[in-house]
Design a protein around this ligand. Structure first.
Ligand SMILES: [Cu+2]
Length: 176
């Protein structure tokens, strides 16, 4: 049997009561889901939003170096240990296969994190709070961050980036 065109004027025909009810139900569910999406972002402990700026790996590396030089207090396995001033800018670089620098932060202070990759796509994943951001080279990801409790935190990469991916572990220490 061939498919026939519907009768002329079908669009303006009155909709049956039960069909109307189903349309109403679907609309209510859709609106509720939409509202939950917004609420979830605000109160559901989601990843905070960040701003992204264009940069180049070279330029970002230079900015990070200048910042680290200012606040470096030591070195750990060839990685600079940096203690930025409270309420200042912090630079974090992901490269195959390490996170730099080791950061010493102060509890309750606000920091402006700049995160970027110099080579491949990496995943900035702060553990155990499970904050995750995709980090592409060529972009400066800026997020405001305020540590609310002290401890020893790990930064892992959650985007597969080659044979050393599993060893890409950074360190952030929050002190009183
Ligand atoms: Cu990785």
């Amino acid at each position: 049997m061939a498919i026939l065109a519907p009768e002329k004027g079908w669009f303006h025909k009155k909709v049956a009561k039960d069909e109307k009810m189903w349309i109403m139900c679907a609309t209510v569910v859709a609106l509720a889901l939409f509202a939950i999406m917004v609420l979830w972002h605000l109160v559901g402990k989601q990843n905070p939003s960040y701003t992204v700026y264009n940069t180049s790996p070279d330029e970002f590396y230079k900015m990070a170096q200048a910042n680290w030089k200012k606040y470096q207090i030591g070195e750990e396995a060839g990685i600079p240990v940096v203690k930025p001033a409270p309420d200042s800018d912090v630079y974090v670089i992901g490269t195959t296969w390490r996170w730099e620098p080791v950061l010493i932060l102060k509890k309750g202070a606000k920091y402006r994190f700049h995160v970027s990759s110099l080579d491949l796509l990496h995943g900035f994943s702060l553990q155990p709070m499970n904050m995750n951001f995709l980090i592409h080279p060529g972009y400066d990801y800026v997020l405001t961050f305020k540590p609310t409790y002290t401890g020893d935190f790990r930064l892992i990469c959650n985007e597969y980036c080659g044979p050393g991916h599993h060893s890409m572990i950074g360190k952030i220490v929050v002190e009183d």
